[in-house]
Design a protein around this ligand. Structure first.
Ligand code: BG6
Length: 490
């Protein structure tokens, strides 16, 4: 059955940084798909802006190429129809030239929803927001979208949020964490709160620990310049991974209303046990890849890609987090992410406690505890590992089997990219899948001490060979607790 499409209200979406990488890889393909699926009214406009002196036609050629490169269902006539909504107007943010022209374009439709998407570096957020305010481009129906990184630490995030907040109200600000738009991430909420099965078991009495892995096989490649100022903790843990942790650990919100969900996520972030110096040494591991083999070929190390050898930036993080509340006290959350790991896989593994007593005697051997695996990518799906009787006559033998649901197989529909849903949510004004300011602050409060300790540490990140699962210290981190990372048995 094709997915149900509900058309959004009429809108003008202004994309700043429209000639950049995000627009090329994500925004144009996502908007094309939403247009193709009939979710945009015929009159909706996408007004693209960057410094380059493009005409509408030049920009449309650029956007066409982006769509061609990044979508698998390219249809010439649909692309034409989509591009007809795309307009271009140059703005030089530095000199301030071009804003009047944008105002003229927007003033022709003052009553439709207006969204400004800042697909630019955070250093331009303030200038752009102020110019929007000064040129009177903000209407009652306006929203602004900002992308991570939201700051480099708590203090810079505060400064950045302050500057955006001088022009926009909190309910107009959409802070994107694209992980929240991933199909399986939302399925986590469906799984927990649309089934009666899991919730009674979803606590320290029945769950032994949780693992969250976001492993990438690619290196930093052409992004080394940005990446070296960030590192894996800022790039992935402060936002994506902590957001995943929140969705696993939060109390049931009273509804899917944005603030109900975000209130519950905030409580989780505020309940994370702070890591002091001693814990940082014991419970965190940072690594950096050196030359190795990945995806069938030899690949350089991080420092070679960066072209410098004085960097202490980590490309891998593993850590053990704990949440001090009634539901989760004593349940470790092992978090792990890195570039150039053995394979690209993102998953959440909920490991239940072992059965209290085996009636099967010693002959059947150990009975592995149940595991719920929520796979974000590749091959989105949910797997429940359960024990069954090995088929056939003879004695009772047990075997672990997966109850497997692959979304691609079950639904036979294209899995929409996170940006498709998120951009449409912006137009709808639904903030449920966007980060509220206090969440960002709380996440930084937990991450800041780790960053500070690492910065003042004399020890560099531990090396790991590209194409492996990270430094051995990461394996030791969980083995010390008598556990293993879930990839060990895949
Ligand atoms: C981005 C990070 O936010 O997420 C990148 O900046 C990372 O470094 C990317 O590669 C991962 O996203 P996805 O959707 O490919 O898992």
């Amino acid at each position: 059955m094709p997915p149900r499409v509900i058309e959004v209200e009429d809108f003008d979406l202004v994309v700043f940084g429209a000639s950049g990488d995000l627009a090329h890889r994500k925004l144009m393909p996502a908007l094309y798909h939403r247009s193709l699926d009939g979710q945009m009214p015929d009159t909706a406009r996408i007004i693209c802006s960057a410094r380059r002196d493009y005409t509408d036609e030049d920009y449309r050629a650029w956007a066409r190429e982006a769509i061609q490169e990044h979508v698998s269902d390219y249809h010439e006539e649909h692309v034409e129809a989509f591009l007809a909504r795309v307009h271009y107007t140059a703005i030089d943010i530095g000199s301030g030239e071009g804003w009047d022209k944008l105002k003229t374009i927007l003033d022709t439709r003052p009553d439709v929803i207006r969204a400004f998407y800042l697909a630019v570096g955070p250093d331009l957020f303030g200038t752009i927001c102020q110019a929007i305010g000064e040129h009177g481009l903000k209407t009652d129906q306006t929203r602004v979208v900002i992308e991570k990184p939201i700051g480099k630490d708590g203090a810079s995030a505060k400064a950045l949020n302050d500057v955006v907040g001088t022009v926009f109200e909190e309910q107009q600000i959409f802070r994107i964490d694209h992980y929240l738009g991933k199909e399986t991430v939302q399925n986590l909420m469906a799984l927990r709160f649309a089934n009666v099965l899991f919730e009674p078991l979803w606590n320290a009495a029945h769950i032994d620990h949780v693992q969250i892995t976001v492993a990438e096989s690619l290196g930093v490649g052409g992004r080394a310049g940005y990446y070296d100022t960030a590192g894996a903790l800022r790039d992935m843990v402060q936002n994506h991974i902590l957001q995943l942790l929140c969705l696993v650990a939060m109390e049931p919100p009273s509804s899917m209303d944005a603030d109900s969900v975000r209130d519950e996520k905030l409580k989780v972030l505020q309940s994370l046990v702070p890591l002091d110096q001693d814990k940082i040494e014991r419970l965190t591991v940072r690594g950096r890849y050196v030359a190795g083999a990945s995806q069938g070929g030899a690949v350089p190390g991080y420092l070679e890609e960066l072209g410098r050898d004085d960097s202490t930036t980590e490309t891998f993080v593993a850590l053990k987090a704990e949440i001090s509340n009634w539901r989760w006290a004593g349940v470790p959350f092992y978090l792990r992410t890195g570039k150039r790991l053995a394979k690209r896989v993102s998953e959440i593994v909920v490991q239940f406690r072992p059965i209290p007593h085996s009636i099967f005697g010693e002959r059947v051997g150990a009975i592995p505890a149940n595991r719920l695996i929520i796979r974000l990518q590749p091959d989105e799906g949910v797997q429940m590992k359960v024990m069954i009787k090995d088929p056939g006559p003879g004695g009772m033998r047990l075997r672990e089997v997966p109850l497997d649901m692959s979304f691609a197989e079950a639904f036979k529909v294209r899995n929409p990219d996170a940006y498709e849903r998120l951009i449409m949510d912006v137009i709808r004004g639904n903030q449920t899948l966007f980060m509220r300011r206090d969440e960002v602050d709380a996440a930084w409060s937990w991450v800041d001490p780790i960053l500070e300790a690492w910065q003042s540490s004399k020890t560099p990140p531990k090396n790991y060979t590209a194409g492996t699962w990270g430094p051995s210290a990461s394996i030791a981190l969980v083995e010390r607790d008598g556990r293993t990372w879930s990839d060990d048995d895949q």
